[in-house]
Design a protein. Sequence first.
Length: 386
Amino acid sequence: MNFDFESRINRRGTSCYKWDFDKRLTRREGLLPFWVADMDFRVAPMIEEALKKRLDHGIFGYTARPESLDEALIGWFSRRHKWNIKASEILETPGIVPFIHMFLQEFTSPGDTVIIQEPVYYPFRKAIVNNNRKVAVNQLLKDENGSWTMDLDGLSRFIDESGAKTLIFCSPHNPVGRVWREEELLNLADLCRAKDVTVVSDEIHADLVHSGYRHIPWLSLPEERLPRSLALVSATKTFNIPGLTTAFAIVPDPEFRLGCQSMLTALGLGEGSSSPLSYAAAEAAWREGEPWLEALLEKIDKNDLLLRERLTDELPGVLPGNLEGTYLEWLHMDYPGNLWKKLLDEGLWLSRGSDFGRSGEGYMRMNIACPSTQLEEGIDMMVRAL
Ligand SMILES: Cc1ncc(COP(=O)(O)O)c(C=O)c1O
């Protein structure tokens, strides 16, 4: 099947966060954006068809989550990730970020310490700070091959010193692009189990894994090795439908699940917190979207290669990390001055590395999920600016 990843679709004027908010967020206009993590590709035709079919029906009344969506979710994770999820383990949430906020309110107390591993997706830190909890950062370490690893000795000491009982884990890891290996996951599980630390495993990037790597779902590790855990999954990142919000918490432990369910119920978020269009899109994605995803992964690999080749030839001072997962390049760009502004002045809008934690200083994150001509233009701007 052929899918179009090269047409440039004008997203301006759709209240698009990525394209329409440059003046408000950067005080500049007409920027070429490579920042927020959504893709400039049209959705898979199977999703568009499902949405059209649902639209044609013409009535959009109160809608509860269909059982067929749970079946599609279960089928997807079993086929793609060898992870067997039971229907009873699935809880619905309006989004992963809202879930993390709610979770912290329910399962921690003000003043408690919550661990994250920076550089990491910055809403993790925000969720902790917004809820008056303390952020404890176990920094990821960069090894001699430029690969990022978890500092488990540091984490162990840290848990002992801070008394933290919650870890928000990112797998695959945004922004450094790591796909954690089984051994790393098992070591983390052993440590957290021994120290009674609950793990919230955010796996929104699970499907965006490049050839030679395999995402291992946290909850597919042997049960007897796991601490109290839940995983957060969604079709929105993989299939570029984050505006059609749906997300799911998978919570195998019945008591823990009951706690999570009560938390959702107390907030008035029962079954059916999304819209009929969101359900239709997610179900079509998980039922029929595999060929599109395979083509997408090839396209990202091509863009990754294009970026690397041009940087090697034209900007050897900019060093991309290993892109094992995600479509987000973590670029080491150690240039003096305010580099982010310098790039903006040239029209190029990247994510500032320091937004992902202090250890992100000297880095920029570049979203390469876009048509080749757009990526080339962005690289041209980078070359001119530097
Ligand atoms: C690691 C991670 N978690 C969660 C999200 C967003 O999740 P949601 O839109 O369901 O709140 C993103 C989006 O970039 C992400 O990278």
